[in-house]
Design a protein around this ligand. Structure first.
Ligand code: NDP
Length: 330
């Protein structure tokens, strides 16, 4: 019987949650058609919510988080993959109530897996991971809504975070002028390395927040934090622009009048990476491996092993992570 290492979250009698590396057996994994030996995972904000028992993410414990996994196929019961194929899994129920990528093996429905595109290594695919894929969906949303580089600056909030940092880099690669909004002004040079042309603080974005509309400053925005930052982004978007919304690290609330929508025709575009259907999912992975392949993936990545994930979970909850945290699972 194969035994393997995994980060295990356990619910204690006092309702607190503990985290430790445990030996698990393949029998501990859920049923599924596809068994994968995981090489890399990555840390996303949602993993930290799962690891701390957030019931909106994970309800069944003991549990292994990790909403991302990349590795090689060990066996596939329905022949949609063959042994040794390299695959990427992001979203669906992985790491939520299905044991996730912070373990050396996962077993899932084969419909959740994507064949790794030739242009990416397994490692690169997990530097991108759910956060980068979500950044890609956001940038694609702007493109599809006619926001071209010629129309003006694009605002990115939560810019040093996982989604934000990849969004800055992708937008710059696609020729956009990027204004990065961050709470970590000390990381200005990091953001400029990724391609931001200007860096503003969260306080600057919140100026005049009592007003229902602001000067038209942005052709579009990629918001990753929600709350009053998203409201300010909508109010400062120029006529016909688009704002994407994917996250809630600041707040799940949105308090904004209808004026930007009815007077400036601004569009608010919701972004979901979890249930993204397979055809657009495959197209975006191919794009991230070719036309949108980033040269700066190493610049925005810190690589850790499973043992070090514990402290990174606390750091991401405190908004202290910059860029992407790659987890080398083996
Ligand atoms: P990270 O923790 O890596 O980044 C979030 C960033 O938000 C931080 O680095 C920080 O950036 C900023 N931030 C943190 N706390 C606050 C605060 N209190 N007020 C304002 N800004 C804050 O998370 P991810 O990038 O992985 O995820 C971002 C959000 O997107 C999360 O809410 C996540 O759940 C969501 N998400 C949604 C997906 C979807 O499919 N819809 C998929 C992936 C993620 P800075 O210091 O630079 O301001």
């Amino acid at each position: 019987m194969t035994s393997f290492k995994a980060l295990l979250i356990e619910k204690q009698e006092d309702k607190s949650f503990t985290r430790r590396i445990e030996q698990r057996s393949l029998d501990d994994l859920p049923e599924g058609t596809l068994l994968i030996k995981v090489q890399y995972s990555s840390l996303n904000y949602k993993d930290a919510l799962s690891a701390t028992g957030n019931p909106g993410v994970s309800r069944n414990f003991p549990h292994t988080p990790g909403i991302d996994a990349a590795g090689t196929v060990v066996s596939c019961d329905d022949n949609s993959f063959k042994e040794g194929d390299e695959v990427i899994v992001t979203g669906y129920d992985l790491g939520m109530n299905t044991a996730g990528g912070f373990g050396e093996y996962i077993r899932i429905p084969s419909e959740w897996a994507v064949a790794k595109p030739v242009g990416l290594s397994l490692r690169e695919s997990m530097v991108i991971g759910t956060a980068g894929f979500t950044a890609g969906l956001s940038v694609q949303g702007l493109v599809e809504h006619g926001v071209t580089p010629q129309k003006g600056d694009i605002l990115v909030t939560g810019a040093t975070g996982g989604v934000g940092s990849v969004a800055v880099a992708l937008l710059a690669k696609a020729g956009y002028s990027v204004v990065a909004c961050t709470g970590k002004k000390k990381h200005e040079s990091f953001l400029k390395t990724l391609g931001a042309s200007k860096v503003i603080t969260r306080d600057e974005l919140l100026e005049n927040k009592e007003r229902p509309m602001l000067k038209e400053q942005y052709a579009g925005a990629v918001d990753t934090v929600g709350g009053e930052y998203l409201a300010q982004a909508i109010k400062a978007t120029q006529y016909g622009g688009t704002v994407t919304c994917c996250g809630l690290t600041a707040s799940a609330d949105l308090n904004v009048s209808v004026f930007p929508f009815i007077l400036r025709g601004v569009s608010l575009l919701g972004i979901d990476s979890v249930q993204c259907p397979m055809p657009p999912r495959l197209r975006l992975w191919d794009k991230l491996a070719s036309e949108w392949k980033l040269d700066c993936l190493d610049d925005l990545t810190e690589e850790v092993n499973l043992e070090a994930v514990n402290e990174k979970i606390d750091a991401i909850l405190e908004g202290q992570i910059s860029g992407r945290t790659l987890v080398n699972v083996q």
